[in-house]
Design a binder for this molecule. Structure first.
Ligand code: NDP
Length: 247
């Protein structure tokens, strides 16, 4: 695909699941990828796999809840590769629960990672994009950015926010800066591990997560958005399993 090769792409939450798949797929297309997450041992393994397959990758520790950590992540991309072309806001967690279980700490975690983390990513990368008057954000939301049901109230609220932030950002930035929102349905990853209630986790795995698509399916959607000519802004893509009909 055109317009991916050589681009420097920074990816938050690249240590597993969708972020790992995005890193591997884009690197296989010739992008130079910068991996960030808290589990650096996993990042090291993934970047070694990318390099063993002939790709280019670097990694660093990142906590998206801390604005300075994201600024350091962007600086690291610039130090390693001299530029930044695409910033993928992917890190997220999904500790589903009923509101009347009052898992306030988990609500805060979701707001801190899923919403504030995305804003911190934008705050870190946008000055670089504005300086060179080009660049692209790819924000990973969820089908929960347009759907809400029991137990997904706070998670969906965070993803509705990511959708709103993406569309507002798209309108505010210069015509040469692109903003894509990718909304995955049930995708193979470690995400269910963030559900603290064992019964609910079991239910999620046995019902709406019974049939999942691979992270590669989402990575291909990301690649599609990046690969378009610079005057084409792919703004929203929803990618879900064919089996996932009701959410
Ligand atoms: P995973 O749990 O496999 O990956 C989540 C990633 O986020 C990990 O790499 C984790 O890395 C990272 N992360 C979590 N907290 C932080 C933090 N504070 N700072 C930096 N990184 C962090 O799940 P997915 O791959 O599924 O999730 C990726 C995105 O996709 C999320 O935004 C999720 O909401 C979204 N999504 C996933 C769907 C699915 O079915 N899988 C469906 C819809 C949306 P580490 O722990 O090493 O820091």
């Amino acid at each position: 695909m055109e317009n991916v090769k050589g681009k420097v792409v920074a990816i938050t939450g690249a240590s597993s699941g969708i972020g790992e798949a995005i890193a591997k797929h884009l690197a296989s297309m010739g992008a130079r990828v910068v991996l960030g997450a808290r589990r650096t041992a996993k990042l090291e393994t993934i970047s070694n796999v990318i390099k063993a397959n002939g790709g280019e990758a670097v990694y660093t520790k990142l906590d998206v809840t801390v604005p300075e950590s994201l600024r350091a992540f962007v600086d690291f991309s610039l130090e390693c590769y001299g530029t930044l072309d695409v910033f993928v806001n992917n890190a997220g967690l999904m500790p589903l629960s009923m509101i009347n279980n009052y898992k306030i700490k988990e609500w805060h975690q979701m707001i801190d990672v899923n919403i504030k983390g995305v804003l911190h990513g934008i705050a870190a990368a946008l000055p670089v994009f504005e300086e060179k008057d080009s660049g692209q954000f790819v924000n990973i939301s969820s089908v929960g950015d347009r759907w809400v049901g029991p137990t997904s109230t706070v998670y969906s609220a965070t993803k509705f926010a990511v959708r709103a932030i993406s569309d507002g950002l798209r309108q505010e930035v210069s015509r040469n800066i692109r903003v894509a929102l990718i909304a995955p349905g049930a995708t193979e990853s470690e995400l269910p591990n963030t559900i603290s209630d064992p019964e609910l986790k079991k239910m999620a795995i046995e019902t709406f997560r019974k049939e999942t698509i691979s992270g590669l399916a989402i990575a291909k959607a990301v690649a599609f958005a990046i690969a378009q000519p610079e005057d084409v802004d792919v703004n929203e893509l929803v990618v879900r399993p064919t089996a996932q009909k009701n959410l």
